[in-house]
Structures are given as structure tokens and as C-alpha cells.
Design a protein around this ligand. Structure first.
Ligand code: SF4
Ligand SMILES: [Fe+2]
Length: 289
């Protein structure tokens, strides 16, 4: 629950505000860019939402914030309820962003994919009754894909609830020691006809990407969209091995995909050709440095 006494002075006057507990995870700026922006390494309300849609998005941000740093002085219970019910948000046929980001994963985004052979949870949101019910209604969870050690959050509780198989790379598996499926080595694993597990060591030794239908690439903290620069980004700090990081990104040129769905950073859809060009540009810029 946000604290008015800790309201940041960088917020404009009005109902919505961010307090000083913000961890600058970017979640609110992805969900409600008309309301929130980054100021001095925190988020702040730079434009108070007025119409119903903007207030709805501000409530989505309030609910997704991992540390409860967003407050609203005047409560709009109807829009808050609608925002709660909107999660998980379907991005496109059967692929969802879950919301309710967890502080345990530093506020990373998590996703859900429905599939006739069993649904997938990609990294973990907070364990909440609302999401449990929604996942149940969508057919439960068969697999929980863990992109790397930082983003496991409440995966163990979802696994227990749904009897799901947790997948993690052996180099990161101390974060989920009793995971049912440990991926070893650097080879791509064809987990099913439409799901591929791609080792992308670099940010951590055991980072994995998940490619679904050769269209959706779930990247953890390996690759994301930088909406200010309008280009792909990858870590330049918190890097386990910079050489491996570059090689892992180079490896992604072997695959075709349209979506990048990261833990941290923004998501993006581009044509496969534009995605390839963006990836090539990112590699060229890093190889120069
Ligand atoms: S979602 Fe919360 S913690 Fe993350 S940037 Fe916004 S206010 Fe800060
Ligand atoms: Fe990470």
C-alpha cells in the first residue's frame, strides 16, 4: 500500500502518485505510459489520468507494481476491480502477460501460454488467488519455464498447486533446486513440436530463452526492447560473462521470431525481417565496444 507521507515530489498534483519505495522496475511505465515516466531513477506521475481508459491503465499499473508504491487518493473501486479482472492480459491469441509482478523477481514480467498439450507459465508472478483462479479457468499449468535464477519468485507455489513441471538450466538451478526438469549443456532442446528451450548464457550462466511457434521469444533478462531508443537491448551490467552474452545473442540469429517478451524491459512485436535487423544492429553496436 502506497504511503502519502512518502509521496515523491516529482509527481504532479492529483490523485495518483508514486511513493519513495519505488524500485524503478518499469512495470507501470509499460502499462500506463500516459501517466508514469522515469524521473531521477524512480517512477513518477507526470500526467494525471482523466479519461476512463487512462485511469483503468493507471489501476493496472497500481496492481502490477511489485512493491505497492503506487497510490490513488480518491478510490475508483469499479475501475480498480475492472483492472484486477483484466489480468492476465491477453497480448495475442493464447499468449498472456500476467501482471502482479513480484518483488522476489525484482519486478520482472511473467507470461502464460495456453496450449492443447498443456499450458505454460513463463517465470512467476506473485502467488495470488485471482491468478490461481484465472490459470485454473484457462486449463491449469503443465510447465513452468524459468528463464534464469533471478525470476523464480513464487514458481514453487504454482508448481505445487498445479502439479506442474518446473524447467530451469542446471547452471542456475540452485534458485529452484527441486525443479523437475533440469536443462544441461548448451544444446537447444525441442521440448515439444512448438516449444524450444534455447540456452543463452551471459546475464547468468544458466539463462534460457523459450521459443514458441517460431514466433514468440521469451527472453528473461537476456534481451528486451528499449522503447526510448526504439531498439533491442541486452545487459551491460549484471553480466556473468560478456563474451558468452554476445555469443548467445549471435545464436538467436539462427531462429526466426516476431515477439520479444522479456522479464525486464519492454516487449515488442516486429516482422521477422525487422527483428533480425534489430538483432544485427544490437550485435554490431556491442561488438564495437
Ligand atoms: S511499478 Fe512500482 S516499483 Fe516499478 S517503477 Fe512503477 S512505481 Fe516503481
Ligand atoms: Fe536477471
Amino acid at each position: 500500500m502506497a504511503d502519502l507521507n512518502k509521496r515523491l515530489t516529482t509527481n504532479v498534483e492529483g490523485d495518483f502518485f508514486v511513493d519513495a519505495t519505488c524500485i524503478n522496475c518499469d512495470t507501470c511505465r509499460q502499462l500506463a505510459p500516459m501517466t508514469f515516466q522515469e524521473v531521477d531513477e524512480f517512477s513518477a506521475v507526470y500526467h494525471q489520468p482523466h479519461d476512463e481508459l487512462d485511469i483503468f491503465h493507471a489501476y493496472q499499473a497500481l496492481l502490477a507494481c511489485p512493491v505497492g508504491s503506487i497510490g490513488a487518493v480518491t478510490k475508483n473501486t469499479d475501475l480498480r476491480k475492472k483492472a484486477q479482472e483484466s489480468f492476465p492480459i491477453e497480448l495475442t491469441g493464447g499468449v498472456y502477460y500476467n501482471g502482479f509482478n513480484s518483488e522476489k523477481s525484482f519486478g520482472a514480467n511473467s507470461y502464460f501460454v495456453t496450449h492443447s498439450q498443456g499450458n505454460w507459465l513463463i517465470d512467476s508472478p506473485r502467488f495470488l488467488r485471482h491468478l490461481v483462479n484465472e490459470f485454473q479457468n484457462l486449463g491449469g499449468i503443465r510447465y513452468i519455464f524459468l528463464s534464469h535464477e533471478d525470476d523464480v519468485a513464487d514458481a514453487d507455489r504454482y508448481a505445487e498447486k498445479f502439479n506442474a513441471t518446473r524447467i530451469i538450466h542446471e547452471a542456475d538451478h540452485e534458485a529452484m533446486p527441486d525443479a523437475e526438469w533440469i536443462v544441461k549443456g548448451n544444446d537447444v532442446v525441442q521440448a515439444s513440436p512448438v516449444f524450444q528451450l534455447i540456452p543463452v548464457p551471459g546475464h547468468t550462466a544458466g539463462s534460457l530463452a523459450l521459443l514458441y511457434k517460431e514466433k514468440f521469444l521469451f527472453t528473461g533478462d537476456h534481451l528486451w526492447w528499449d522503447r526510448e531508443k526504439e531498439e533491442l537491448g541486452m545487459p551491460s551490467r549484471l553480466v556473468w560473462n560478456a563474451e558468452q552474452l554476445l555469443q548467445s545473442t549471435q545464436r538467436l540469429l539462427d531462429f526466426s521470431f516476431e515477439w520479444v517478451l522479456p522479464g525486464h524491459g519492454d516487449r515488442i512485436q516486429l516482422s521477422p525481417e525487422r527483428m533480425r535487423r534489430a538483432l544485427t544492429k544490437l550485435l554490431a553496436s556491442r561488438q564495437k565496444t
